[in-house]
Design a protein around this ligand. Structure first.
Ligand SMILES: *[C@@H]1O[C@H](CO)[C@@H](O)[C@H](O)[C@H]1NC(C)=O
Ligand SMILES: *[C@@H]1O[C@H](CO)[C@@H](O)[C@H](O)[C@H]1NC(C)=O
Ligand SMILES: *[C@@H]1O[C@H](CO)[C@@H](O)[C@H](O)[C@H]1NC(C)=O
Length: 326
């Protein structure tokens, strides 16, 4: 009886969820996604001076939509865009070289633009470069985190090593201090092929605050995700963060998924499920950190210890139930 009922239940749930397959979008590295007002919005790296958004009502819908340009920057080589809704406007954080830095390999800095209204499709107006005179080095991968009501910019920087930083903010475009060191590659699994911490992403659950980040170079199949948790009182003090000793998401040779990383998080339309969006390659060849990487998405859960359980990166071209409430 129980078996019959549970089979029926599974069938019932399955028949109501829309199916999708990975990848959800091609040529979409460093993906970041939000579900808002009935649609998903996906932003990703273009390597150009244009920032685009793909908008779809279902996870399976991105394959058919254009990457609509929402902002053209005064610069080039745009990486790692994200949009965050703060005080009724969208803030578009991104990495790019300035217009006057042709040929300068350390030209990348983090920047922010602001939407005219609460429409994620913009238009966006450039607001500021996050110049930090105290450590004016290459920056990348901006994100935004709120801890105990205080706002912080997250990002990566490259000085003697490729590290993560956290910077106190009065609002999304006004830093109140310099960047503070947050994390460096310390474990062997963060140093395969090349040593790096990048792509920090906020994750909140049950009153706990996490930063999920990418480790190793995006140039390798060993690119993967690690986990930091804020465990004490001062977010600007790196010793107040605990790094999980093991990676939390990495390559699956069995599923032919290589270099999964540089992710974002989003909720299902009904708000009950947690989902991760990330990029990966389908072959164990060195694609480089280029536009060959595709966006993939999958549901994740939480363990009894309160930590996220991302599981194994799912194989491509297999149908899965889409987010609840589609
Ligand atoms: C490269 O850009 C950085 C930051 O804008 C600047 O400090 C440095 O002088 C530039 N180097 C060259 C060779 O132009
Ligand atoms: C929200 O969705 C409704 C219905 O599609 C639309 O009329 C409205 O413009 C949307 N608002 C924003 C801010 O996107
Ligand atoms: C960081 O936190 C540690 C442990 O609480 C403390 O000993 C140290 O003084 C703090 N550093 C700064 C710069 O506040």
């Amino acid at each position: 009886m129980y078996k019959v009922l549970s089979c029926f239940f599974l069938f019932w749930v399955g028949s109501h969820a829309d199916q999708y397959t990975n990848p959800i979008a091609l040529k979409a590295p460093d993906p970041w996604m939000v579900y808002y007002n009935g649609s998903y919005y996906l932003v990703a790296t273009t390597w150009t001076n244009e920032i685009g958004i793909r908008k779809a009502s279902k996870l399976s819908g991105f394959k058919d939509v254009e990457n609509t340009v929402v902002h053209t920057i005064d610069g080039r080589v745009m990486w790692a865009p994200e949009i965050h809704l703060l005080d009724g406007r969208w803030y578009l954080f991104y990495t790019a070289c300035g217009s006057n830095t042709q040929g300068n390999t350390s030209c990348h800095r983090n920047h922010v633009a602001q939407s005219a209204s609460d429409d994620p499709m913009g238009p966006y107006t450039f607001l500021t470069d996050f110049v930090d005179e105290t450590l004016d080095v290459q920056e990348l991968d901006p994100s935004y985190i709120i801890i105990n009501g205080q706002q912080y910019l997250l990002g990566g920087y490259i000085s003697d090593a490729q590290n993560l930083y956290i910077r106190p903010m009065a609002n999304p475009y006004t830093p109140t201090g310099p960047k503070y060191f947050l994390s460096a590659a310390t474990y062997d699994w963060e140093k395969q092929t090349s040593s790096a911490n990048e792509g920090p992403e906020p994750l909140y659950h049950d009153g706990r605050v996490f930063v999920v980040y990418s480790a190793c170079s995006c140039n390798t199949a060993d690119y993967k995700l690690g986990l930091l948790e804020f465990v004490e009182t001062d977010p600007l003090n790196s010793t107040h963060w605990h790094k999980h000793p093991e990676p939390v998401f990495q390559r699956s040779d069995e599923n032919h998924v290589y270099g999964p990383g540089h992710n974002g998080f989003f909720k299902s339309p009904d708000g009950t499920e947690d989902w991760i969006v990330y990029h990966a390659n389908s072959e164990d060849t060195q694609y480089g950190c280029d536009m060959g990487r595709s966006s993939r998405a999958q549901k994740f859960t939480w363990g009894d210890d309160g930590l996220p359980v991302f599981g194994v990166p799912e194989a491509t071209d297999v149908s899965y139930d889409g987010p609840s409430g589609e």
